[in-house]
Design a protein. Structure first.
Length: 429
């Protein structure tokens, strides 16, 4: 049978239509498949899901626990569902790295020691590891326990980044005293004054403004009518900028970035290297870290990939390791801050697929050699007053003078004694 021109055209149009639908569907999955090499390892760092306000302001009409069913700062059912869905998405993206059956030697999950991040990790894993086959242990529930590791925040220099670091505090103060920072702050004085006098809480920093913005954001999300004074500023470019800018402060200089997010970046990059060298024990394929908006912003900014914004719920950074057919390792970084496919990040000076060794070179300035040592403050990093150099110099001169006097005295004493000793030996002989 021969096809007429018309039916031929029809067929072609049909194929074209099919192709375009397919291509639309795979859109940015294209970037993923066009990356050179085979996917070997993924490191995922995400923010928790939808939560309640952490700490409403004193004059807040919604400042009552009864309006917030799960409690201050706690994950909500929406938040659980968001992470369950992200878990499903991770299952489809990393099906080549993770068996559907849970295997503790394939995956490791760590969370900051905060209820909402721990619960987010668990919700995420419910989506990633819905029990199948032998994993089904109770026919009533489509869920199985999966380990989530954590350490106390005050000891956590890597993920929570809350372990004390005096050098960081010092550099942060220095940055905040800089002309650049002070003139920006001056521009927001009026806004901060307005916020303070209306909210009943002192708003004197960008972070204070961010906390307030966040409470207003959640109340709006939950359809709670804001007081008129708040309606006037919430959503304004001014408050939004002040709130977003706060996310960049802790990593604003390379020194700050090194001490705040350096341990996390070093942890990730060294694990990619260990994995590639086949030294990872157990030889896992996926690491997942559950953390906060600040973690996501700090890490992106440290990578020089942060565009000023508030990382939304479940915002997720993906580090992916691929090897080409000559076993050369490449790193790609994706940012997924919507339910759509993730954005491939253009690593400055390297592109969307960057040789692993080049990553170490590019970020050498923010990878601490020895974080604990670098956090110790030498007198060089202290101010004149702090180190009390005036008094210290006086004391030092005093000590030297005393030492000189003592040694001079001793010298005279020993000369005489020596003489006597010599004499007595002579007598004995
Ligand atoms: C601040 O408010 C804006 C909306 O005006 C919102 O998009 C943003 O996520 C908020 N930031 C935080 C940290 O809540
Ligand atoms: C707020 O109202 C909108 C529109 O009616 C609705 O879609 C949304 O689910 C509400 N949000 C909450 C948290 O109830
Ligand atoms: C998502 O990330 C991009 C790139 O950093 C940013 O420009 C955009 O504002 C973000 N959108 C949301 C909803 O967070």
């Amino acid at each position: 049978m021969m096809l007429t021109n018309d039916s031929c055209y029809c067929l072609r149009a049909f194929v074209f239509l099919l192709l375009s639908i397919c291509c639309l569907e795979v859109g940015s999955a294209d970037v993923q498949t066009s990356l050179p090499g085979e996917l070997k390892f993924a490191h995922v760092i995400y923010r928790h899901g939808d939560r309640m306000p952490v700490d409403p302001y004193p004059t807040d009409p919604w400042n009552d626990r009864k309006y917030w069913p799960t409690g201050w700062g706690q994950l909500t059912n929406r938040g659980k569902l968001q992470h369950y869905q992200l878990g499903k998405w991770l299952r489809s993206r990393y099906s080549s790295l993770l068996d559907t059956k849970f295997d503790n030697e394939q995956i490791f999950v760590q969370s900051t020691d905060v209820d909402r991040t721990l619960m987010s990790a668990e919700s995420n894993l419910a989506g990633l590891y819905e029990p199948v086959g032998d994993d089904v242990w109770n026919a009533q529930i489509k869920w199985q326990p999966i380990p989530v590791h954590t350490i106390p925040e005050k000891e956590d220099a890597m993920l929570a980044a809350k372990a004390p670091c005096p050098a960081f505090d010092y550099y942060l103060e220095t940055f905040k005293n800089s002309d650049q920072f002070q003139s920006l702050l001056a521009r927001y004085k009026k806004l901060f004054y307005y916020l303070s006098s209306n909210s009943g809480r002192v708003v004197k920093s960008f972070i204070d403004a961010q906390y307030l913005n966040n409470t207003l954001f959640i109340e709006t999300l939950y359809n709670k009518t804001l007081p008129v004074w708040a309606q006037k500023v919430y959503g304004s470019p001014e408050l939004t900028y002040a709130s977003n800018f706060a996310f960049s402060i802790n990593t604003h200089t390379r020194q700050l970035a090194r001490l705040k997010a350096g341990p996390l970046l070093k942890d990730v990059l060294s694990r990619l290297e260990t994995k590639h060298k086949r030294q990872l024990k157990p030889d896992r394929n996926v690491f997942i870290y559950s953390a906060h908006d600040t973690t996501v912003a700090n890490l992106l900014n440290t990578l020089k990939l942060f565009q000023l914004h508030s990382p939304p719920y479940t915002a997720c950074i993906l580090f992916e390791l691929r090897v080409d057919d000559k076993d050369a390792p490449f790193v790609s970084v994706f940012y997924k801050n919507t339910t759509a496919e993730p954005l491939p990040m253009d690593i400055p000076g390297c592109g969307v697929s960057c040789p692993l060794s080049k990553m170490f070179q590019l970020y050498d300035d923010v990878l601490p050699e020895n974080w604990a040592d670098e956090c110790k403050r030498s007198t060089l990093t202290m101010t004149y007053e702090e180190a009390n150099l005036g008094a210290a110099t006086g004391i030092l001169i005093g000590i030297i003078a005393i030492l000189l006097l003592v040694s001079y005295g001793l010298m005279i004493y020993y000369r005489r004694r020596d003489y006597k000793v010599h004499n007595s030996y002579a007598q004995m002989a």
